[in-house]
Design a protein around this ligand. Structure first.
Ligand code: TPP
Ligand code: MG
Length: 257
């Protein structure tokens, strides 16, 4: 571990508030490693989050300027900060509900405008913090506290959504493979323009236990089994891609900052 990472966190707030087996802590480690490996100074950065379990990744854990904002509004705050101080490296890290449901409008317009910021979405397929309600990312048929007979609605593919809106760097990886996730985060942070990383993060407490996962390990193994790289997916017929999650780098246009 890069020793600089210990200067990037507030030790007094550990251990984290995350449930045992939650993937958000792995994502936190991956973000810190990415920043450390890029040799960036946290003092030149601003982190924003909304409300939810994932919103706690940056605040109070990061020893940096953080904005723990209103539910869904982190991208709007981040846009304002970037306009005020264009030299700032701005990063939003928050949950799928926060970024793509209540905050979905801010997300697509920031992507359309190609605003120079990095948005990291911790996608656990559910509203974790409020008791496991169905989200805009919950897979079709999944059980949640508000869909006891199975989710009747199809989910967003967040990477395709932001790609269609105009994002110039788009990638997805599960926390189950932290090395490619960290590499994608490094590229996203170094990218000039709107970059988006979807980090698939298991929620054993609210999603796993309602959807026949034995435990957190089972969820991590499930992600490893179901995720397939873009390169491999290209050669497979649609019937073999059923139930698979395609991961990798979907878009990489434009220069590095
Ligand atoms: C305006 C408003 N509406 C609803 C809520 C309740 N609320 C807080 S967090 C949250 C969902 C968070 O889900 P997500 O962003 O996916 O994060 P997770 O907890 O799953 O990491 C909701 C609905 C709120 N705080 N404010
Ligand atoms: Mg969530």
């Amino acid at each position: 571990m890069n020793p600089y990472i210990y200067q990037m966190i507030n030790p007094e707030v550990f251990p984290t508030p995350f449930c045992p087996g939650c993937g958000h802590g792995i994502l936190m480690g991956a973000v810190l490693r990415a920043i450390a490996e890029l040799g960036m100074d946290m003092k030149q950065m601003l982190f924003a989050s909304g409300i939810g379990c994932a919103a706690w990744i940056i605040s109070p854990h990061f020893k940096a300027d953080t904005l723990h904002t209103l539910h869904g509004r982190a991208v709007a705050y981040a846009t304002g900060a970037k306009l005020f101080n264009p030299k700032l490296k701005v990063m939003v890290i928050s949950g799928d509900g926060d970024i793509s449901a209540i905050g979905g409008n801010h997300l697509i317009h920031a992507a359309r405008r190609n605003i120079d910021m990095t948005v990291v979405c911790a996608n656990n397929s559910i509203y974790g913090m409020t008791g496991g309600q169905v989200a805009s990312t919950t897979p079709l048929g999944s059980f949640t506290s508000t869909t006891p007979t199975g989710n009747p609605e199809p989910p967003f593919d967040l990477c395709r959504l932001v790609q269609a809106a105009g994002a110039t760097f788009v990638a997805r990886h599960p926390v189950a493979t932290p090395v490619p996730l960290t590499q994608a985060l490094k590229k996203a942070i170094a990218h000039k323009g709107f970059s988006f990383v979807e980090a698939l993060s298991p929620c054993p407490t609210h999603y796993g236990r309602r959807n026949a996962f034995r435990d957190a390990y089972d969820m991590i193994q499930g992600l490893r089994k179901n995720c397939i790289s873009i390169e491999k997916a290209k050669n497979l017929p649609p019937e073999e891609l059923k139930g698979k999650i395609i991961v990798g780098e979907f878009v990489n246009q434009g220069g590095q900052s």
